[in-house]
Design a protein around this ligand. Structure first.
Ligand code: ADP
Ligand code: MG
Length: 269
């Protein structure tokens, strides 16, 4: 269980990126975070991933406050969380197999992690996760020889190899064309369903949020605007969430893949 109680995050300028949030997410829920740029989606994912310490309030993961742990247990807890981003942070000269093996670096003892960087230790296991993603042939290729879509599937393979208890994906499909975006969103959801783990993903594609996820949270200016089962989200909810938000990205990092804060909405309950 992920629990946030009266949780706020203020960055250096004092403005609150997250404002007094109360939120519980049960194991096995598949949550889509939507909202205009600057709403606080990335900040929320970083807080839940125990990468960013809240300024006020509390986060608990299975009843444990990560920030009350020593650095060893905190690292161990982070190793149980899988992360995915819009552009996978994979060193370009790294081989596909090494990138996938990196999924378990945090779980392995140091000797094994170092050895796996020198010589890939689990070729069969890596091939097994790459096969269904259509990348088995690319096992020993360098990542800089792959397209953006293939790279994002390597990031998926790394997650599937890691088998994390919580998957946090920050705009995992924003850089992909619509067909690829859907297939990656479906693959993330299928994996979470099959392993019965929690998935939380921020998305600009509202249609994918509604069609693939079980629960949708609308975030705006650091607050929850709505929080419902996907099937109960109304067109009016979406309209209100994004209303007048096309210029809300003033202090957001420019994002070449999402030219405006307007959602891509092709279907709505
Ligand atoms: P989203 O992912 O929904 O676009 P973010 O979580 O990135 O939103 O940002 C929420 C707010 O926090 C925005 O106003 C943004 O400008 C601000 N912010 C995000 N990261 C930082 C940072 N490192 N330093 C200062 N302000 C930040
Ligand atoms: Mg973001």
């Amino acid at each position: 269980m992920i629990t946030l109680a009266a949780l706020s995050v203020a960055y250096a300028d004092g403005r609150r990126a997250l404002d007094d949030l109360d939120l519980s997410i049960a194991p096995g829920e598949r949550v889509a975070l939507i909202g205009p740029s600057g709403a606080g989606k990335t900040t929320l994912l970083r807080v839940i991933g125990a990468s960013l310490r809240p300024t006020a309030g509390q986060l608990q993961l299975d009843g444990v406050d990560p920030w009350a742990l020593g650095s060893g247990p905190l690292q161990a807890l982070r190793a149980r969380i899988g992360k995915m981003h819009q552009a996978p942070p994979i060193p370009p000269r790294q081989r596909v197999i090494t990138a996938v093996l990196a999924g378990r670096l945090g779980q392995w003892p140091l000797w094994r992690a170092v050895a796996s960087l020198v010589y890939p230790l689990d070729i069969a296991g890596t091939r097994a996760v790459l096969e269904p993603l259509g990348l088995a042939e690319r096992l020993f290729d360098r990542c800089d020889q792959l397209s953006g879509g293939q790279l994002q599937r390597v990031a998926l393979a790394r997650l599937f190899y890691q088998k994390p208890e919580i998957v946090l994906a920050d705009e995992p499909v924003s850089a992909l064309d619509p067909a690829l975006a859907r297939s990656v969103a479906v693959a993330l959801n299928e994996d979470a369903k099959r392993r019965d783990v929690t998935l939380i993903a921020s998305l600009h594609a509202v249609d994918l949020a509604l069609s693939e996820f079980s629960r949708v949270i609308g975030l705006r200016e650091g607050r929850i605007v709505f929080d419902r089962p996907a099937a109960q989200v109304l067109t009016a909810d979406i309209d209100a969430l994004y209303a007048g938000a096309s210029h809300a990205a003033a202090h957001d990092t420019p994002d070449q893949h999402v030219p405006s804060a307007k959602p891509r909405l092709t279907r709505c309950a």
